[in-house]
Design a protein around this ligand. Structure first.
Ligand code: FE2
Ligand code: FE2
Length: 393
């Protein structure tokens, strides 16, 4: 049975939760405590699957508790159930927790969130990687973009649009602003079309606090990780995002699907950044193996890690609470089966865009014919050439 630990300094709130969740007593073993110290003692003594904590608490607050649990028990899914309106506390807890819920929260929403968290938690099998990803609070950014953002944020008259355009040039920053926009605090569930739009929605004060006081962005260590080009990954990701958007349009997909194809395309290879920056030695072995045996990178990753960047990226973005439509694209972009139903999905658009940007798309001829899409290929190829300017990465 799954074990869930609830922490709130107000016994009244815990009593309410106990009553509300009573119908689930046969599915979950629930333990309720009133302080972070008690929670840490219990976590050290026995295993829990989920921690659900309040933020504003005396002595050890929720942020301190989340930080400790992320260090000592990274395998535990960290969720916040908070009523605070304090911006800095909220930003800190959103970046430390995997999911953020706002009080009051009804039983159905709470249950759905916890079940969803537990289900996705099972999708990544490598336990070491799971721990690494659970500890990640930010992804490294391209150094030049990081410096540009910090400089812009110091300037008194910078507009959020300019800041949004800088954020859109970096995968790590894009993922972080999408995490915030999708957290309950900022009205989870709002449809976002571009990273710049996410920044505009958050507003200049939030982005400033995120970058300057919460330090949610960091720089890629290009010296130590010289085997990996974050700039090439960024270029590839942007090309796939733009081309996937065009492909989704030409397939007559819905407005929402077209936007998801763009964001999913931008983020599809984010797992490579996670693997290369956190497991550099193994990632170098992946690169050698791929070269030596002329294998695709994701296949070499599976040999070395037992998993690949698609699963890793999907898992991270799910933990960060990005919409399912995006995490499914990221997690599924190397495992597609031919199915005519797919023509309406942004996953297909991203899959095809990735194939066209990487290998020219020639190997897709049969698949496209099976889907009845063969006629589009010349058009998509010329769009690909216009986007990447002939430089494939
Ligand atoms: Fe990929
Ligand atoms: Fe790719």
């Amino acid at each position: 049975m799954k074990r869930i630990l609830f922490v709130d300094d107000e016994p009244r709130v815990l009593d309410g939760l106990k009553r509300m969740l009573y119908p689930y007593r046969n599915d979950w073993e629930m333990v309720f405590v009133t302080s972070g110290t008690e929670a840490l003692q219990l976590l050290a003594a026995s295993e829990f699957d989920v921690l659900m904590t309040d933020v504003r608490m005396p002595q050890m607050n929720g942020i301190e508790l989340l930080a400790e649990v992320s260090k000592r028990h990274p395998q535990v899914v960290r969720m916040v159930l908070s009523g605070t309106a304090d911006q800095e506390m909220t930003l800190r807890s959103v970046t430390l927790a995997h999911q953020y819920l706002v009080k009051p929260c009804d039983a159905k929403t709470l249950r759905t969130k916890v079940e969803h968290a537990l289900n996705f938690h099972r999708t990544l099998e490598n336990p070491i990687l799971k721990q690494i990803i659970a500890r990640l609070h930010s992804l490294p950014s391209i150094p030049s973009v990081y410096v540009k953002l910090m400089g812009a944020l110091q300037s008194p008259d910078v507009s959020i649009r300019e800041v949004g355009e800088i954020i859109a040039q970096d995968l790590g920053m894009t993922a972080k602003v999408l995490q915030l926009v999708n957290s309950a605090f900022f009205g989870m569930g709002r449809h976002i079309a571009t990273p710049a739009e996410a920044a505009v929605y958050l507003g200049i004060d939030t982005v400033k606090a995120l970058a300057l006081s919460v330090s949610a962005f960091s720089q890629f260590n290009a010296k130590a990780l010289s085997f990996f080009s974050i700039e090439a990954l960024q270029q590839h990701s942007m090309a796939v995002g733009f081309l996937a958007r065009n492909i989704a349009k030409s397939l007559g997909q819905s407005r929402v699907a077209i936007d998801d194809a763009f964001l999913g395309g931008m983020l599809h290879d984010i797992g490579k950044l996670v693997l290369a920056s956190n497991c550099p030695e193994q990632y170098q072995r992946v690169q050698h193996l791929a070269q030596e045996k002329a294998m695709a990178t994701f296949e070499a990753e599976r040999e070395i890690f037992g998993t690949s960047h698609d699963e890793v990226g999907g898992y991270l973005l799910w933990l960060w609470g990005l919409p399912d439509a995006i995490t499914e694209i990221v997690a599924g972009h190397h495992r597609l089966t031919v199915d005519p139903e797919l023509t309406g999905t942004p996953l297909l658009a991203v899959y095809l865009a990735d194939g066209l940007v990487n290998a020219g798309g020639e190997h897709e001829v049969d698949r496209l014919a099976a889907l009845g899409l063969g006629d589009h290929l010349p058009d998509w190829k010329s769009q690909r050439d216009a986007i990447v300017g002939g430089n494939r990465c």
